[in-house]
Design a protein around this ligand. Structure first.
Ligand SMILES: C[S@@+](CC[C@H](N)C(=O)[O-])C[C@H]1O[C@@H](n2cnc3c(N)ncnc32)[C@H](O)[C@@H]1O
Length: 213
């Protein structure tokens, strides 16, 4: 039997902070706090950067730009000619994200910001043209984001969902709010999907990964 002893909280904190954020990311996170959005934690961000790097991801879609915390992590993992297409319903969040990308030294042609609701914008993006899709928008829409991601990804591409553990609520069947139920259903769909290879990383608030075969 594998050990089921829970890790100490000090080990979780050590893992989360294993790759430190620099001043650019700290400033992007401060802007996030100012407008009331939660930027991805350093553990999740480092996982995204690693994924983009090992995949050599040249074309990435992000749903939920925020103020650019995850975008900076992704761009730092992508090759220098990689382009991030990032969607957010709040133009003001994207304005602050552009500031984060500039401070990170990212050339403007490497980021395509599209202001609009994900469910309006995603259908306009090209089928099979993307290596990686990162979803961090409206949790209630995660099921539809999965369908759109599977259309957008090339074979071998990966979709990643942040907040897959949603503040410890997903693992607790007594929690039945709309967002928790949507994320729980997404997890079940992905785990049972025959054409997907999946992994739930317990970094930050949970990062659910699935590769399209
Ligand atoms: C958790 S924040 C994203 C944080 C960002 N990924 C980061 O790590 O810096 C969620 C963002 O999704 C946006 N959002 C919420 N619902 C959306 C929707 N239906 N379509 C597009 N964006 C949406 C919000 O405006 C917000 O900026």
């Amino acid at each position: 039997m594998p050990s089921t002893d829970p890790l100490k909280s000090s080990s979780w904190a050590y893992s989360e902070d294993f790759v430190h954020e620099d001043d650019v990311l700290a400033a992007a996170r401060e802007r996030a706090d100012e407008v009331g959005v939660t930027g991805i934690g350093s553990g999740g961000g480092a996982a995204l950067r690693f994924l983009a790097s090992v995949m050599g991801a040249r074309a990435v879609v992000e749903i939920g730009t925020g103020t650019g915390v995850s975008g900076v992590w992704l761009l730092r993992g992508m090759p220098d000619d990689g382009v991030l297409t990032t969607v957010d319903v709040e133009a003001e969040h994207q304005r602050l994200a552009r500031q984060s990308f500039t401070e990170a030294g990212v050339a403007s042609q490497r980021v395509r910001t599209i202001a609009g609701a994900a469910l309006d914008v995603l259908p306009r993006l090209t089928d099979g043209a993307y290596d990686l899709v990162f979803a961090d928008g409206d949790k209630r829409e995660y099921g539809t984001y999965l369908s759109e991601a599977l259309r957008l990804l090339r074979p071998g591409g990966v979709v990643a969902f942040d907040n897959a553990l949603w503040h410890d609520k997903v693992a607790d069947p007594a929690q039945r709010d709309e967002q928790t139920v949507a994320i729980r259903e997404l997890g079940r769909t992905i785990a049972e999907h025959e054409d997907l290879v999946s992994l739930l990383l317990p970094v930050g608030d949970g990062l659910l990964l699935a590769q399209k075969r």
